[in-house]
Design a protein around this ligand. Structure first.
Ligand code: ADP
Ligand code: ZN
Length: 616
């Protein structure tokens, strides 16, 4: 254990040495060094960092530097094995304890812990808090406790796990062992819950920027969602792995089947599937290349596959928090990735209906409604989407990003006051109880059966809006709802009524700027490198593409032999650097980021041979 203050620089040097020799990386990312220093010195820490930010090293390196075994609490049993495999590849003595082990396997791990033969052990929370496990820990030298996905302790979040509440016992029973809690969920109430419920009052808080510069955000108006999806995939991700989120199980099945018919390998994932099927599909997604998972939000927590190149929302997500977490699963490796959403007014109405059906207290309901409004505002914004997203999480100082649809293809706006007045008066004159479809019929002067039955063809607004197409009117209505001039009346049947500012719009007192989104912004080319992206672009010259494919094939073969996911051997970013630098000897290979000492010994020669063979 690191004792006196005078040894701080020594601890910093040793941490850097481990980063380089074990993990093969040149230097720490921004907050990592300070976090590691804090924990090595025995202090508690709360780490708020986006997905892909590099949280794991913040406890892995201290566990290697401090005496004893580091205990990692992780709620995701299915992923523990991969995490442990990845550490073992780097030469770290790691293991896990969960219900998938046989009693004799578990006994073996426990013996290793007691004898000091393990550096890191991943434990499921429900197991950790059993008297038996606590007793075991009291007989071991424990280096630290890392509480991963710490937001699971909060009822505010979407991933609440009751067993996390019991983790405060770690503080009570092991007051001298440092604890580090980590999460990618940043909002204030969740953060306060974590501190209170895990008794982390003395923890130093490390809050990194939540920006993910390599992710490109785009939102398109929903027309034919499936064919829009297929156009997007063909243009930009013809062979990449990615996730497609849908709102319902039925739709998940339908979209997966449809993508398969289009020649992709697309696997469904939702709570209605047999757990064995779900697990198999997740496993294939992790272990094979180029697979698409079509899922409800049941999929994805803790998925640490680094080369998920796109996350699609075919239906609107539940909130911006959920959206940010779900899109955050793209591009963990820092290479360019896409977050792409289609959405329409019907999605919002569906979400409102879900909310209305849920048994919630009035306060909670109003919070949820507020969240939904924020989401709608994001979808309809004409300014930089990243600014809106980060602003929502409290980061207001970012300039326009240059890597979202609104930055790349600035939206044209037009003076929409008269149009807005027509829309609002259509809603008002029909009694503020009809949805968009009927209002658009009235505005465009369509003599539908319903219009006739209700006598709406005799209204003054009938036919005053024939200058706009149906699609254009739908966009106008979405924007008016997003701007708060109209609102969805859930006490009625989801009809539109005037919002607070509606009357002022009718009186012409409020300027209205509307976005024209008749033309969907064109898709940027695959491989375009975002400005400021920390990572190199993925685009390769035609000369280098065969080498990259050869290295990928070699990696897949090694991964299959060992039954581990390919990225556990090397990440794409590491292979790409090999392609660019074409090392010819082990020393040069060892310079590549992601090639630590252990991997150099195991795989250096075979990858050198692949490079020599392909470039010869
Ligand atoms: P998180 O748990 O925060 O989502 P990870 O710990 O999985 O993120 O790290 C994301 C990726 O970044 C991993 O591929 C990891 O190897 C890489 N990484 C982390 N720290 C560094 C670093 N200092 N230098 C280079 N790569 C890093
Ligand atoms: Zn932007």
């Amino acid at each position: 254990m690191q004792g006196s203050a005078g040894s701080l620089t020594a601890s910093r040097d040793r941490a850097l040495e481990i980063l380089q020799t074990v993990f093969g990386y040149g230097g720490f990312r921004r907050e990592q060094a300070a976090i590691i220093e804090r924990v090595v010195a025995g202090g508690d820490a709360l780490v708020l960092m986006p997905t892909g930010g590099g949280k794991s090293l913040c406890y892995q390196i201290p566990a290697l530097l401090r005496d004893g075994v580091g205990i990692v609490v992780s709620p995701l049993i299915a992923l523990m094995k991969d995490q442990v495999d990845a550490l073992r590849q780097a030469g770290v003595r790691a293991a896990y304890l969960n219900s998938t082990l046989t009693p004799s396997e578990a006994a073996e791990v426990e013996r290793g812990m007691r004898q000091g033969a393990l550096d890191l052990v991943y434990v499921a929370p429900e197991r950790l808090v059993t008297p038996r496990c606590l007793d075991l820990l009291s007989r071991c030298k424990v280096a630290l406790f890392a509480i991963d996905e710490a937001h699971c302790v909060s009822q505010w979040g979407h991933d609440f796990r009751p067993e996390y509440l019991q983790l405060r016992i770690l503080h009570d029973q092991f007051p001298k062992v440092p604890r580090i809690a980590l999460t990618a969920t940043a909002d204030g109430p969740t953060r306060r819950d974590i501190i209170e419920r895990l008794v982390l009052g003395d923890a130093e808080i490390f809050a990194a920027s939540f920006d993910r510069p390599n992710i490109r955000y785009r939102v398109v108006a929903k027309a034919e969602a499936k064919s829009q999806l297929s156009t997007f995939l063909e243009a930009e991700h013809s062979s990449d792995a990615g996730i497609v989120y849908c709102l319902s199980r039925r739709r998940v099945e339908e979209v997966a089947t449809w993508l398969c018919a289009k020649g992709r390998v697309a696997l469904p994932y939702h709570a209605g599937l047999d757990p064995a099927v779900r697990e198999r599909n997740q496993d294939r997604f992790l272990k094979e290349e180029g697979i698409i998972i079509v899922a409800t939000v049941a999929f994805g927590m803790g998925i640490d596959k680094p080369n998920v190149r796109f996350v699609v929302h075919l239906d609107a997500p539940k909130s911006l928090e959920a959206y940010y977490q779900e899109t955050g699963r793209a591009g963990r490796d820092g290479l360019p990735a896409n977050a792409w959403m289609t959405y329409g007014m019907a999605d919002v109405t569906t979400l409102l209906k879900l909310l209305d059906g849920a048994k919630l207290e009035e306060r909670q309901r109003s919070i949820e409604r507020h969240k939904l409004n924020a989401l709608l505002g994001y979808c309809e914004t004409v300014i930089c989407r990243r600014q809106v997203l980060l602003g929502y999480f409290g980061e207001r100082e970012h300039p326009p990003c240059g890597n979202c649809d609104n930055c790349l293809t600035p939206a044209r706006t037009w003076d929409g006051l008269v149009t807005a007045q027509k829309a609002l008066s259509a809603a008002a004159r029909t009694g503020q109880r009809f949805g968009v479809a009927h209002l658009v019929d009235v505005l465009r002067g369509q003599l539908t059966q319903r219009v006739r039955q209700l006598g709406h063809h005799r209204l003054k607004t009938f036919g005053v809006g024939s200058e706009l197409e149906k699609k254009e009117w739908q966009s106008v209505f979405r924007q008016l709802v997003a701007q708060g001039h109209l609102e969805v009346d859930m006490e009625g049947h989801g009809g539109l009524r005037l919002g607070e500012t509606g009357p002022a719009v009718l009186r012409g007192e409020v300027p209205i700027a509307l976005r024209s989104d008749t033309n969907e912004p064109k898709s940027p080319r695959r491989g375009d490198v975002p400005r400021d992206a920390a990572a190199p672009g993925r685009s390769l010259s035609s000369v280098d593409e065969p080498l990259f494919q050869a290295l990928r094939a070699r990696r897949l073969q090694l991964a299959r032999e060992q039954g581990v996911p390919p990225y556990v051997i090397f990440h794409d970013a590491t292979l790409l650097e090999m392609v660019r630098r074409k090392p010819t000897d082990l020393a040069a290979m060892g310079e590549i980021a992601g090639v630590g000492r252990n991997k150099l010994n195991r795989y250096g020669a075979t990858f050198l041979a692949a490079i020599a063979g392909t470039t010869a």
